[in-house]
Design a protein around this ligand. Structure first.
Ligand SMILES: N[C@@H](CCC(=O)N[C@@H](CS)C(=O)NCC(=O)O)C(=O)O
Length: 269
């Protein structure tokens, strides 16, 4: 079945950490033209539709412009529905990394190339993305234990939070990010980026940069603050400076919901 017969529906909470990966991807591939188009959900691809969603802070559920666009149970954002327009059959892709690599393969030839075709480069990219995801999960555990406001949202009782657990996860996150630096050493020396076999920033770069920016906006946290992560700190500066749309997207006035911007003073350790 040709992908021409598919219709793609992509659910994005544009301010979120994992959907942010798709924001960067869509702009780098030219599948949306500008940050403004992205914020309005306008794509350049006739069979790709973006459904914008946002958290309802009072109920803890998601809000959609239309009830018909509500996500089914068992999903998170980003999430992709693929509808075969000939048969009506629907299939789903649930994980940000799976959506990125699927889109990269079907939109190869659009915009920048973000993943090498060489199987060894792909394996090395998957290694790096895997450890980035582990680092992000540890970062989340750190936040839940370190930050009372965050604990409330995530179902952890305040009295069950533990500073020891917070610091333990912080340490594991740093160890995981050190692995990223070590595993990407050759690629960083060759191109300045984390994704092997491509000339510019690729899928591994997108995956890490989105988390770095989200945690800074939400919690005033520079996850590369430790001296031992200075290679990643320099890499991130390069990433921001390379992308022509960065400021328009990431430095805009309403870049993050004000009620979700907890400064670093909200963290106890
Ligand atoms: N592993 C998932 C994580 C997605 C995720 O946790 N998204 C958040 C928003 S940034 C979410 O939808 N949380 C609500 C939920 O999981 O029900 C991915 O990489 O796509």
């Amino acid at each position: 079945m040709s992908t021409q017969n598919y219709h793609y529906t992509l659910w994005l909470w544009l301010e979120g950490m994992f959907p942010r990966r798709l924001n960067y991807f869509l702009l780098m591939k030219g599948l949306v033209s500008t940050p403004m188009d992205l914020l309005q959900g306008t794509t350049n691809v006739p069979n790709l539709r973006i459904v914008k969603m946002r958290p309802d802070m009072e109920t803890g559920s998601w809000k959609f412009d239309s009830e018909a666009d509500a996500l089914p149970r068992g999903t998170s954002t980003p999430c992709l529905r693929v509808t075969d327009t000939q048969t009506g059959r629907e299939r789903w892709v649930y994980e940000s990394v799976s959506i990125l690599s699927y889109f990269e393969s079907i939109f190869r030839g659009h915009g920048l190339t973000l993943l090498s075709l060489d199987p060894l480069d792909v394996a090395a990219t998957n290694d790096i993305i895997g450890v980035i995801n582990l680092a992000m999960a540890e970062g989340g555990t750190y936040m839940r234990h370190a930050c009372p406001a965050m604990a409330a949202w995530s179902g952890l009782k305040n009295e069950d939070r533990s500073h020891a657990a917070a610091l333990n996860s912080y340490g594991i996150m740093v160890k995981d990010l050190r692995k990223v630096q070590i595993w990407a050493e050759d690629t960083l020396a060759e191109t300045g980026w984390l994704t092997p076999g491509v000339q510019g920033p690729g899928l591994a770069d997108i995956t890490l940069a989105a988390g770095r920016r989200y945690l800074e906006l939400g919690y005033g946290w520079d996850i590369f603050e430790r001296e031992e992560l200075k290679v990643l700190a320099a890499w991130y500066k390069r990433f921001k400076n390379t992308l022509p749309w960065w400021d328009a997207l990431e430095e805009r006035e309403d870049v993050h919901p004000k009620e979700m911007m907890l400064g670093k003073e909200y963290r106890e350790v």
